[in-house]
Design a protein around this ligand. Structure first.
Ligand code: FES
Length: 209
């Protein structure tokens, strides 16, 4: 297996949380395995990130500035990812590999952080974004019904963007303010104690412009 494949496989294992060859393994074991694979891949590759680094005019100029400002400290991972998302609108695999290389971290580590925080998007987002908290407190107060209503109205699955690129519907774990349940973040603004009807109303208005 080439180093590059090994590294990609590490990311893939974590993303899927399972693998046919290791169907009996637990999620934690798979994650450990993925991290090992990614680590080995990165070591073998040595210049893995040379490949991630594009030739000519780099689209990573802004990210490089942040890296320099933070003196390439691994502790600055979230800040660097933040900068990358501001630049590209989301975090692609290539971007995460680039950041991992520059900070000398396993790609699986960067991927783990990017997926842990609801703030980071791993897919291109629509013109408007609606993030519905599906943590326990929000779920018992009908967050699931809100997601279902939005999916039906806009003909899109949670985690996806409508065909016209107008609206992305995302799911988050607990957003940390359960007293406001069910809580939704619409274009960066917090909306507390929502109902399926109130969210449909607001999203329709947004999409219509
Ligand atoms: S469960 Fe939704 S904010 Fe905590």
């Amino acid at each position: 297996m080439s180093a590059e494949n090994t590294e990609d496989k590490g990311l893939e294992y974590i993303r899927q949380g399972t693998g046919t060859a290791d169907a009996k393994a637990t999620g934690a074991a798979l994650k450990r395995q993925a991290e090992e694979l990614a680590k080995i891949g990165a070591e073998k590759k040595g210049g893995a990130a040379e490949k991630a680094k594009p030739a000519g005019d780099s689209p990573y100029v802004q990210v490089d500035r942040t890296l320099k400002r933070c003196q390439y400290s691994q502790d600055a991972l979230i800040e660097v990812l933040h900068s990358a998302q501001e630049t590209f609108g989301f975090l692609s695999d290539d971007t995460m590999k680039y950041v991992a290389h520059e900070l000398k971290l396993p790609p699986s580590w960067v991927y783990g952080v990017a997926t842990f925080y609801h703030f980071f998007n791993l897919k291109p987002q629509g013109e408007h974004t609606c993030t519905v908290c599906m943590g326990t407190a929000c779920f018992v107060k009908r967050a699931g019904d809100i997601v279902e209503a939005l999916e039906k109205e806009f003909d899109v699955k949670a985690g996806e963007t409508t065909a016209d690129g107008k609206l992305s519907i995302n799911i988050a774990r607990c957003l940390g303010n359960c007293g406001l349940a069910p809580m939704i973040i619409l274009d960066g603004e917090v909306h507390a104690r929502q109902t399926p009807e109130s969210m449909l109303d607001q999203c329709k208005k947004l999409v219509k412009g």
